[in-house]
Design a binder for this molecule. Structure first.
Ligand code: ADP
Length: 300
């Protein structure tokens, strides 16, 4: 005698046998309870393995992406440090050496007045460059340490711009700095920071220009904004570099091909300072060649 469950099961198997044995008598085992159990267990495990595998692959991909981004960050940092060490060695040591040599020559030898004067003028130019570099290092450190420490004084921007132009007017390479500065344009900013912005932009324009060409500086009052533009007809900035030149210690090219001096801090300072005062900075290609930097500061 079969109990109730077994009878039901046998009926089911017989019914299945009737239906399927017509199609393929060798597949009868597919209908057995053991097979159904094993098969459903197999399907469950397959699903579990596929699920776990997918989670593992997703986690692995995230892990790889994270390792890649950390690696790229480290590479960038190492590149910045390398650039900094190379430029600090070259940029700080070379003016010190030339000034020292000039002073030793003046001390040891009786030179003709013109020769002495030339040595003194060259030394002063080198010391000026050294001063700008040291100012930039200190200023970059201040921006990173104490962003909130910058004041918002009422500045006569026109006077600051004219002073900076005067400073670079007697450059050794005969570059003429032409200006169109509206008088008494005021804005609120830190005087030292604003001076550093103008000096760095004019110095870059002069450095990148060929002997005897012009650099143009304009200062305009556009109702709520003050607009400063500095344009040159120099080597220009390749499209691919425009996004990178504001990075700390970044300089276009490499140590062997570069013709200009610097440490890659100038534009980093300019960008950070402009951002602190909610201003904006853009680079355009000047016509027929060269670059144009356009900086806007809100008046308030
Ligand atoms: P530095 O002048 O000390 O190298 P900056 O941060 O001021 O550093 O400028 C970064 C780089 O951007 C420079 O090395 C130079 O290659 C490029 N650059 C900046 N201004 C100009 C410009 N007016 N014309 C062409 N290239 C420029």
């Amino acid at each position: 005698m079969y109990d109730k469950n077994e009878t039901a099961y046998r009926e089911k198997v017989e019914l299945n046998q009737l239906n399927y044995s017509k199609i393929n008598p060798h597949e009868d085992y597919l209908m057995t309870e053991d097979y159904v159990k094993v098969h459903s267990k197999y399907l469950r495990q397959k699903l579990m393995i596929v699920g776990e595998g997918s989670v593992f692959i997703v986690l692995l991909l995230f892990g790889l992406m994270w390792v890649r981004s950390v690696f790229l960050k480290e590479m960038k940092l190492a590149e910045q440090q390398k650039n900094f060490l190379l430029s600090i060695t070259h940029e700080l040591k070379s003016p010190i050496s030339t000034v020292k040599l000039s002073l030793q020559t003046l001390f040891k030898r009786k030179l003709e007045p013109e020769k002495s004067e030339k040595l003194i003028v060259n030394s002063l130019v080198d010391l000026d460059r050294l001063e700008t570099l040291v100012d930039n290092i200190l200023f970059a450190a201040k921006i990173e340490r104490d962003e909130a420490g910058f004041s918002s004084e009422d500045l006569n921007a026109s006077e600051f711009v004219l002073q900076a132009i005067e400073r670079f007017a007697h450059n050794a390479r005969g570059i003429d700095i032409k200006s169109e500065v509206i008088p008494n344009v005021y804005l609120k900013a830190d005087p030292m920071g604003f001076t550093s912005v103008i000096n760095n932009l004019i110095e870059n324009a002069v450095k990148s220009s060929e002997t005897g060409t012009d650099v143009n500086v304009t200062l305009r009052d556009n109702e709520s904004h003050v607009e400063l533009t500095i344009s040159d007809t120099g080597i220009g900035i390749p499209e691919a570099e425009k996004g990178r030149i504001f990075e700390k210690f970044y300089r276009v090219g490499n140590e062997n091909t570069r013709r200009t001096s610097g440490m890659g801090l100038g534009l980093y300072i300019v960008k950070r300072f402009v951002e602190i005062y909610n201003g904006n900075i853009e680079i355009d290609n000047n016509q027929p060649k060269g670059s144009r930097f356009i900086i806007t500061f809100p008046k308030e």
